[in-house]
Design a protein around this ligand. Structure first.
Ligand SMILES: [Zn+2]
Length: 278
């Protein structure tokens, strides 16, 4: 999401929104401002808040205005160059046409609508942004700072399975299902152990893995076209989505985490002392 936001910031900033189209009306979560209110406005910047992308379209005359795209489980933004054919076959939720003829298409590839759009005067008006915890991939204007102290305070206090805690956006912003599997594999920690039961040494490994996995992923995705980011991310996974394959560290077999219907994975040899969960 951070690479996507970087690309939008670099390429959409300064462009005027000339037309909007809300294809799936129920995606718009706010009533005060219609999507069409963006028309005629200039995109000033793109910013990321956890898994939300914020386009600032405020101007001196019209006052502050933002389009927040809450990407959800399967939302994304596709960029169509001028004079090329639009997003053939993609599940488009909304479109913004820009003054150079390019089109930003907001899509959602889930079976149900997981993405949300908000047109607001401040991104902090979006409740799930206001509640975001510290963001390991860098500070922003709304969330509290991420630090080792903040990490230790939360992790040592919570009697909650560590994988679930990592994915809780109010605790740490921006970590989803896939990267929580990868982080725990790198840290060699069971996904189901309670956070508060981790030793100081395990907390050290977990902290290093949170910072390292996200920073490595961000570095590795630099320059990847935004329509290929999701596929590149999937291909880079060590255990997530690799049920039955060999663990790249120990060669053991990667298993599903029980209760996730095949949606999350771990390596028993690396993470649970060789004993499968269940
Ligand atoms: Zn392993």
């Amino acid at each position: 999401v951070r690479v996507l936001t970087d690309v939008l910031d670099a390429r959409a900033t300064g462009r005027t929104v000339v037309a909007t189209e809300l294809v799936e009306a129920r995606a718009l979560k706010t009533r005060a401002h219609p999507l069409s209110e963006l028309e005629g406005r200039v995109i000033r910047s793109a910013a990321r808040y956890g898994k939300h992308v914020d386009l600032d379209v405020g101007d001196a005359d019209g006052g502050e205005l933002h389009l927040v795209v809450s990407l959800g489980r399967a939302g994304w933004v596709v960029w169509t160059e001028p004079r090329s054919s639009p997003e053939a076959g993609l599940p488009v939720i909304a479109r913004l046409e820009l003054d150079d003829g390019s089109v930003l298409s907001v899509i959602d590839q889930a079976d149900w609508l997981s993405l949300g759009l908000s047109v607001v005067e401040s991104p902090a008006e979006v409740a799930s942004i206001a509640k975001l915890g510290p963001d390991p991939l860098g500070p922003n204007a709304i969330s509290p700072p991420f630090s080792r102290e903040a990490f230790d305070a939360v992790v040592s206090a919570r009697r909650k399975q560590v994988k679930a805690l990592l994915q809780e956006q109010e605790t740490f912003a921006g970590i989803g299902n896939a990267y929580s599997d990868e982080i725990l594999h790198v840290a060699r920690i069971s996904p189901v152990v309670h956070a508060s039961a981790l030793s100081e040494e395990e907390r050290d490994r977990l902290f290093d893995a949170v910072v390292g996995v996200l920073a490595d992923a961000y570095a590795a995705r630099q320059g990847v076209p935004i329509d290929q980011l999701k596929a590149t991310k999937k291909a880079s996974m060590r255990v997530h989505g690799r049920t039955g394959e060999a663990c790249p560290v120990c060669g053991g077999t990667v298993l599903d985490i029980p209760g996730t219907k095949g949606g999350a994975q771990y390596c028993p040899t690396c993470q649970t002392g060789g004993v499968p969960l269940g």
